[in-house]
Design a protein around this ligand. Structure first.
Ligand code: ATP
Ligand code: MG
Length: 254
């Protein structure tokens, strides 16, 4: 065989194995990318500018605390990142995908597979047991082992003994742990939590956050956590501050 005339390469680790093209810098696709997001709604009294130009980039695995006064737009920004609300203008990319290119059905599938959401008021289905609440999204995702996975997720939040209980038979903290198990069981890229401890007493809330952070780390998800609690923001890698529909600090990775 004719010897290859490829010049010796200094470091194979810096070249793509298949093409030999040098890799200069790994390209990291942000999990959340909001660009110039505005949301204007019509009300009886005229137009209301709810978001006024939001720029936010979040890298994979980051843990972000979102803070700001009541009415500053925190929940609205999160709804837009979840594809539950469409902005009036601007770009929303989640895990590299432009949400504007998806119709409502695509968005529902995308959310099911890639995003886990936890709300202040739990949002469990009251007519389903704890186990069913966790298993249903897995079943929709076509997981054959939906109920086994759901049982494992309930075990992770220490609620195996409550799996046949209905939400109305569970305490607030237990309901939120079921909601956490449901959000994490599909191993989403992005976890969104809107004041998840807002309806819980201090000790119960601490236990829920401990679980949330532990599960985020286990699955390697990115977390956006809206909170008014400074102890929680202290445990986030970055704090995004909002005021009057704008991000005033922390929108970009440092
Ligand atoms: N569907 C809607 N129609 C009209 N105004 C709305 C609507 N949704 C939200 N708003 C307004 O948008 C602003 C931002 O609301 P948002 O719920 O995002 O605030 P927030 O920062 O999450 O506040 P909080 O800390 O109280 O939860 C508020 O002034 C709110 O009244
Ligand atoms: Mg809110």
């Amino acid at each position: 065989m004719t010897p290859s005339h490829t010049p010796p390469q200094k470091s194979d680790a810096l070249r793509d194995a298949a093409s030999g093209v040098p890799i200069v810098e790994p390209i990291i696709v942000p999990i959340v990318e909001l660009s110039s997001i505005a949301l204007t709604l019509e009300s009886g009294a005229g137009e209301v500018n709810i978001l006024r130009g939001i720029d936010l980039k979040v890298a994979p695995g980051e843990r972000i605390g979102v803070v700001g006064p009541s009415g500053s737009g925190k929940s609205t920004m999160m709804m837009i990142a979840a594809g539950l609300e469409r902005p009036s203008s601007g770009l929303v990319r989640i895990a590299g995908q432009d949400l504007a290119e998806m119709d409502e059905d695509d968005l529902a599938l995308f959310r099911r597979d890639r995003i886990g959401i936890v709300f202040q008021s739990f949002h469990l289905v009251p007519t389903m047991t704890a186990l069913e609440n966790v298993a249903v999204p897995l079943e929709f995702a076509g997981r054959r082992d939906a109920f086994d996975r759901a049982a494992a997720a309930l075990d992770e939040v220490d609620l195996s003994h409550r799996s046949t209980h209905y939400p109305g038979q569970l305490s607030g903290g237990e309901q939120q742990r079921v909601a956490l198990a449901r959000a994490v069981a599909t191993e989403p890229d992005l976890l969104l939590a809107d004041e998840p401890t807002g309806n819980l007493d201090g000790e119960t809330g601490t236990a829920v956050i401990h679980l949330l952070f532990a599960m985020q780390e286990r699955i390697g998800a990115t977390l956006l956590l809206i909170t008014h609690d400074p102890d929680l923001t202290a445990r986030c890698g970055r704090v995004v501050r909002m005021k009057d529909g704008r991000i005033t600090d922390g929108g970009m990775p440092s």
